[in-house]
Design a protein around this ligand. Structure first.
Ligand SMILES: *Cc1c(COP(=O)(O)O)cnc(C)c1O
Length: 390
């Protein structure tokens, strides 16, 4: 049996007519950059997230970059984030001239540990603390970071909060007050990616920034067109961060299915949990849900030992699986000037050694999920017998 990590062909096959029609509409209009289709999508995404504004941009990476630019973050500034994330979170901080200040993750959720964040900022010498300008929490794998304390800490130190919500469109967080909010609507800005493998994927690169702040929204709108309010008159130093209309047209069609797809991912997560339980695979750590709506961009399990052996074994059995992420950001060669040691962020380090993402996309059949769990059970059963016999 084949169980790919993701199969976008099945998704496309089911909505082909609608998508083709929408793309054709853009071709007929010959208006490819920004324009009315992009504006409509922006309205829909803002509404979906519960934000006042949304600004379409060229990718999730550019969403992060332009958000940092809109906050005026640059040379000499420090930006707090986690070392357990996709490269773009940290790369963008460097690209505006700032330096990342890492905070280790919570071992259950893999998101920024708010206790460590609070302690780190409290302990920072005053002159270094003055350089800290923003916090970039990452809603990793589709579950919101613990935003209530993060926002409180940001408030205490006057920091902007830029959510890296690239994996979390539609994920929900519940505040202690009982109020529920969606990813991207909690901080000053929320950054989304529509990279094809995200829960809402374009037919190429695309991204979006959400915000409640009218001033930030208009700044983002300027920055994405080289900072020019009127063509060839540049108020700000921006760049080309524009979203194109073909991507927006595809995304508009797909957005109508997103809740259904999220329900499918959540259903598959529940089925996995049942199968793991039935197999008695207690040593496998399953995703921990501490928010009302985890959207499962990834279903990441934690293995007791030999994660790499399991990955090879599953791949040999026709099962797609991937390591997110094998090298935490504080250990990336390109960030070596930060001078970190592996053990500086032990939880992130451990997660990078022991976690594995399994197929979770909505179109998976129950027997495919069963096959994945069966094979994991087979792998660990063979390990136990070989241990006994040796
Ligand atoms: C995908 C992703 C990004 C970058 O998005 P692109 O659209 O690929 O540029 C940033 N942060 C996280 C956490 C991501 O998963």
């Amino acid at each position: 049996m084949k169980v790919p990590l993701l199969d976008l062909k099945v998704q496309y096959a089911r909505i082909r007519d609608e998508i083709d029609q929408a793309v054709k509409g853009v071709c007929e209009s010959q208006q490819f950059i920004l324009g009315p289709v992009v504006a409509q999508l922006e309205k829909e995404i803002a509404g979906y997230c519960g934000s006042a504004y949304a600004v379409g941009v060229s990718s999730g990476t550019d969403a992060l970059l332009i958000s940092l630019m809109a906050c005026g973050i640059g040379n000499g500034d420090l930006v707090v984030t986690t070392p357990f994330t996709f490269f773009a979170t940290v790369g963008s901080i460097f690209r505006v001239g700032a330096t990342p200040l890492f905070v280790d993750i919570d071992e259950k959720t893999y998101n920024m540990d708010q206790r460590i964040l609070g302690e780190m900022l409290d302990r920072l010498p005053a002159e270094r603390r003055r350089r800290v300008k923003a916090i970039v929490p990452v809603h990793l794998f589709g579950q919101c970071a613990d935003m209530s304390p993060i926002l409180e800490i940001a408030g205490k130190y006057g920091l902007a909060v830029i959510e890296d919500a690239a994996q979390a469109l539609g994920a929900e967080y519940r505040f202690p007050s009982g109020e529920t909010m969606r990813a991207g609507a909690m901080g000053q800005m929320g950054c989304f990616s529509f990279f094809p493998s995200k829960n809402l994927g374009a037919f190429g690169d695309a991204g979006m920034v959400t915000t409640h702040d009218e001033e930030l929204a208009s700044k983002l709108n300027l920055l994405r067109v080289h900072g020019a309010r009127t063509k060839y008159y540049h108020d700000l130093m921006g760049g080309n961060f524009r979203l194109d209309a073909i991507q927006a047209a595809v995304l508009q069609v797909k957005l109508r299915y997103l809740d259904q797809w999220t329900a499918g991912r959540r259903r598959n997560a529940a089925i996995y949990r049942r199968f793991f339980e039935e197999k008695g695979l207690k040593e496998v750590g399953l995703p921990f849900e501490d928010t009302p709506r985890h959207i499962y961009n990834q279903f990441v399990i934690r293995l007791p030992y030999d994660r790499d052996g399991l990955k090879t074994f599953l791949n040999d059995q026709g099962i797609g699986c991937e390591i997110y992420y094998p090298v935490p950001m504080h250990m990336q060669p390109c960030f070596s000037m930060l001078g970190h040691r592996p053990e500086d962020f032990p939880v992130a380090l451990e997660a990078s050694d022991s976690t594995l993402a399994l197929p979770i996309y909505p179109e998976l059949e129950e027997n495919q999920l069963m096959y994945v769990v069966d094979k994991i059970a087979e792998f660990y059963a063979s390990k136990k017998t070989s241990k006994k016999s040796s």
